[in-house]
Design a protein around this ligand. Structure first.
Ligand SMILES: Nc1nc2c(ncn2[C@@H]2O[C@H](COP(=O)(O)OP(=O)(O)OP(=O)(O)O)[C@@H](O)[C@H]2O)c(=O)[nH]1
Ligand SMILES: C[S@@+](CC[C@H](N)C(=O)[O-])C[C@H]1O[C@@H](n2cnc3c(N)ncnc32)[C@H](O)[C@@H]1O
Ligand code: SF4
Ligand code: SF4
Length: 323
């Protein structure tokens, strides 16, 4: 089992499969991808060995992320590889949705259980401004396709931005009124590259939480491998609204996830100063050394991030580790 010094259990692996991205989200990669080469990304056998070692230590859920994971030509095979590992119960994907319309059916057939799609605005012009891509209609069509092909869980991620979507709560609420999906507002996090944007745009999720509670939305209980969102439901709405509030008190108290980058580096936290290279341990089918390494490494996991102290570790942007 993977249990740290604070008695937290780690059953959720966030696996980045590329640092590259084709979008230019203003809070993440405003100048486009800064990853100079796709060389060195984990191969399918390395992914299989990695996920096997994690699963033998109690990991039950793998979320594939990036950069933009759908830029990997072998993403369908990556999904199937993760799903085939004994012990893995849930394979999920976080994507900007660019390839969703085209590939959702293949991903579902490969074993994808859940997909989270980033949609920062439901207004086409604002979406274009925030992401650098004039593709809102395509992405929303992709979300509908994901549901139509039978991906069991579909969620929307919306980064809360003072200037672009802070006043759009009514639009987001109408969006989930008749749709069985969860839309989560994520508080903008400070990274080493986005300081001035963060200072201009960051907004606490507390005011949305307050509005939801006043309007009769009720907090749902959480499962053991769920992410950090607080999820709310309302009897008049088919969908749910979530809040991811990393600046709130005790956000890290029930941290249940570890991260591996697309080059095979273990990150114990989204905002850690350093990483450990797992690559050499991924060359053998013998998983005991990797399992021992992971267990020992976990002793170094900090209790919490230090975002409140204006410290983002070595994280330049979230595409570097997959958010
Ligand atoms: N600070 C912090 N933010 C996180 C963490 N996990 C997720 N987030 C933020 O939430 C965003 C959305 O996460 P997703 O990739 O959709 O995954 P998730 O929220 O764990 O999703 P579920 O598995 O559906 O519960 C991430 O990109 C981060 O911005 C975390 O451990 N720490
Ligand atoms: C880094 S992206 C990777 C996956 C994929 N490219 C996507 O956008 O969904 C994962 C998530 O992180 C969120 N994100 C990126 N930078 C962020 C930041 N500084 N603060 C909060 N969320 C951020 C994105 O909106 C997205 O939902
Ligand atoms: S948030 Fe996702 S889609 Fe946007 S630039 Fe970052 S990695 Fe790309
Ligand atoms: S910031 Fe670090 S410790 Fe906190 S929940 Fe995220 S990964 Fe876990």
């Amino acid at each position: 089992m993977l249990i740290d010094a604070y008695q937290r259990r780690f059953t959720y692996l966030r696996l980045s499969v590329t640092e590259s991205c084709n979008f230019r989200c203003t809070y993440c990669l405003p100048d486009g991808t800064d990853c100079d080469s796709r060389a060195g990304e984990l191969t399918l056998p390395e992914i299989r060995r990695l996920v096997t070692a994690f699963a033998r230590l109690g990991t039950r859920k793998v979320r594939i992320t990036g950069g933009e994971p759908s830029l990997r030509k072998d993403l369908t095979e990556i999904i199937a590889t993760c799903k085939a590992v004994p012990g893995i119960e849930k394979v999920a994907l976080t994507t900007n949705g660019y390839r969703l319309q085209r590939d959702a059916a293949a991903w579902q057939a490969a074993g994808l259980d859940a997909v989270n799609v980033s949609v920062d605005s439901l207004d086409a012009a604002t979406f274009h401004l925030v992401t650098g891509q004039d593709k809102l209609a395509d992405i929303l069509a992709g979300v509908a396709t994901a549901k139509a092909v039978g991906i069991k869980q579909v969620k929307i991620n919306t980064v809360l931005l003072k200037q672009h979507n802070a006043l759009a709560l009514p639009d987001f609420l109408s969006f989930v009124k008749q749709q069985d999906l969860s839309l989560r507002f994520i508080e903008l996090m400070r990274t080493n590259d986005n300081l001035s944007f963060y200072q201009r745009q960051h907004l606490s999720g507390a005011s949305i939480q307050q509005q939801l509670e006043t309007q009769g939305w009720q907090l749902l209980p959480k499962g053991i491998s769920d992410g950090p969102a607080l999820e709310y439901a309302h009897p008049h709405y088919q969908g749910r609204i979530g809040l991811i509030m990393p600046y709130s008190k005790d956000f890290c108290a029930d941290c249940n996830r570890l991260r591996v980058s697309s080059k095979g580096q273990l990150y114990l936290c989204l905002f850690t100063d350093s990483y450990q290279d797992l690559r050499s341990l991924l060359q053998s089918e013998h998983s005991a050394p990797l399992e021992r390494f992971l267990q020992q490494a976990l002793a170094g996991k900090a209790q919490s991030h230090q975002l409140q102290q204006q410290h983002s570790g070595s994280t330049r942007h979230l595409a570097q580790i997959g958010g």
